[in-house]
Design a protein. Structure first.
Length: 150
């Protein structure tokens, strides 16, 4: 059978996101997602968007009703004490990484392209993250820096 006859495969991004999320969580680290907030369908509070991107804490202690679906990531989170429903198209996810050490995976900005995402978060900025009950237990840390390794 030639490649022309094979049915198209579904995108691998949602499967990779779930695997990386599980890997980070299984190692007792904090999964953060970098999102292109300018993508159509992204629903996040506008005050958390910086330079067209947003970094969100996906730890189970920071979100409720997390759904890492094939088309969307959705959950509920609190920002400045106000609960918000967050919806992120899978195609808007630029990276998923552990907050503590930066280990994770970057994804191309375009689903079919090889180009890296447009910049990583400014390491001097602390990303806006949903509040959690144990937020006062640890001092705030700067966002980790992601580097593409070829």
């Amino acid at each position: 059978m030639t490649d022309d006859k094979l049915p198209p495969m579904t995108p691998n991004r949602p499967y990779l996101l779930r695997a990386i999320y599980d890997w980070i969580s299984d190692n007792n680290l904090t999964p953060y997602v970098l999102v292109d907030a300018a993508r159509e369908g992204v629903r996040v509070p506008p005050q958390v968007v910086k330079n067209g991107q947003v970094v969100l804490n996906l730890a189970m202690r920071a979100v409720a009703n997390l759904d890492l679906g094939n088309d969307w990531i959705s959950f509920q989170a609190r920002f400045s004490g106000v609960s918000h429903n967050i919806h992120i198209p899978i195609s808007a996810v630029l990276a998923l990484y552990a907050q503590e050490n930066g280990q994770g995976m970057m994804f191309p900005a375009d689903e079919g392209g090889d180009t890296p995402p447009p910049g990583s978060p400014d390491p001097d900025d602390t990303p806006p993250t949903p509040e959690s009950d144990d937020a006062g237990d640890k001092p705030k840390r700067n966002a980790p820096f992601l580097r593409v390794v070829k």
